[in-house]
Ligand binder design. Structure first.
Ligand SMILES: [Zn+2]
Ligand SMILES: [Zn+2]
Ligand SMILES: [Zn+2]
Length: 328
């Protein structure tokens, strides 16, 4: 595996010839507490109900990024490449194989979120890493790797393109208005109400005004905060967020089985780099959020135009339908 930079869009791509793997079934599940060949445990959260543990981070069995060494960025003619130095871990959301986030208790989801916050904080101590990504692919169409309820975390020597766009836009907006664009969006959404799915304590779930896919939903803290790990370490915050995340995923599942979920949070400001200056106002101009991108089974034909997002369900209709899903 190696990282290659697209010289036109300047985005990094990880590439290499890799064997396709079948998802592992219940009998050979490496993430269950009684696994025959358990992966190396990195961090474990104490149990909330007498189980062996509540959530834990383990080494990814087929890691794309490896922790040893330096990226050794080098040229190849006009191209740029570097070694895939980084971290790649599996976040086991629950010890129980049949207990995904939307079925778990709020307390269990909170433990998973607290673990996620701890792992991000720990990986950000490594100055080689510019960004830590947390994501979940659920369902066969979404590229789910394991049956067991899991998410993944990666630490990389570059900032993923979509996040970079957001960081740049957030900064531009702040330079003009001295306000956070996300806070301004939230103020308007809360006032208008039509795209709000649910508001709960310090957190809110909304369908974005210009969605990329039908039923795209974001979860954000209602008060400004750039770093996810700081939010979940604050008092009852992980509990409130856990409840809203669980309920929102139940709503999404009222529409489809398959979804991608990704956390967008502030980059590693410890990274010593020429772009550090760029992140001077990061705590004021960026606002962390979770993006949920559902995959509808039946895709309309015109949806295949990948270059321009065409979303055949407006966010107002999506929010209304998601609000209507009954929640247990
Ligand atoms: Zn399992
Ligand atoms: Zn904000
Ligand atoms: Zn985002």
């Amino acid at each position: 595996m190696e990282l290659r930079k697209d010289p036109i869009t300047r985005s990094w791509v990880i590439t290499g010839d890799d064997a396709e793997r079948e998802p592992e079934g219940r009998d050979s599940c490496p993430y269950c507490p009684d696994a025959k060949h358990p992966p190396q445990v990195i961090s474990s959260m104490p149990s909330v109900d007498g189980g062996p543990w509540s959530a834990r981070a383990v080494v990814h069995p087929h890691a794309l990024y490896h922790i040893e060494g330096e990226p050794l960025r080098q040229g190849d003619g006009l191209y740029d490449k570097m070694r895939p130095v980084g971290a790649h871990e599996v976040l086991v959301e629950n010890p129980r194989h049949d207990r995904p986030l939307w079925v778990a208790t709020d307390g269990e989801v909170a433990q998973f979120l607290a673990l996620t916050g701890q792992r991000i904080q720990d990986l950000k101590k490594d100055r080689r890493f510019k960004y830590v990504t947390v994501f979940k692919n659920h369902g066969t169409v979404a590229g789910q790797e394991a049956d067991h309820p899991t998410s993944q975390i990666t630490a990389t020597t570059f900032v993923p393109r979509r996040v970079l766009y957001e960081l740049r836009s957030g900064k531009d907006y702040f330079m003009q208005k001295e306000r956070c664009v996300f806070c301004d969006i939230l103020a308007q959404e809360e006032q208008q109400g039509v795209r709000v799915v649910e508001s709960r304590g310090d957190y809110i779930a909304v369908c974005p005004y210009a969605p990329r896919v039908p039923y795209e939903t974001w979860i954000l803290p209602r008060n400004h905060e750039s770093a996810f790990e700081r939010s979940v370490q604050r008092g009852s915050s992980a509990g409130e967020l856990g409840a809203l995340l669980r309920r929102t995923l139940q709503r999404i599942r009222g529409v489809t089985e398959n979804f991608h979920m990704v956390l967008h949070s502030s980059p590693n400001t410890l990274h010593r780099s020429e772009v550090l200056d760029y992140w001077k106002t990061i705590n004021d101009d960026y606002h962390w959020h979770i993006e949920i991108l559902p995959i509808l089974e039946k895709k309309p034909k015109s949806y295949t135009y990948k270059e321009i997002y065409f979303t055949p369900v407006t966010s107002e209709t999506a929010a209304a339908r998601l609000r209507g899903v009954s929640i247990s």
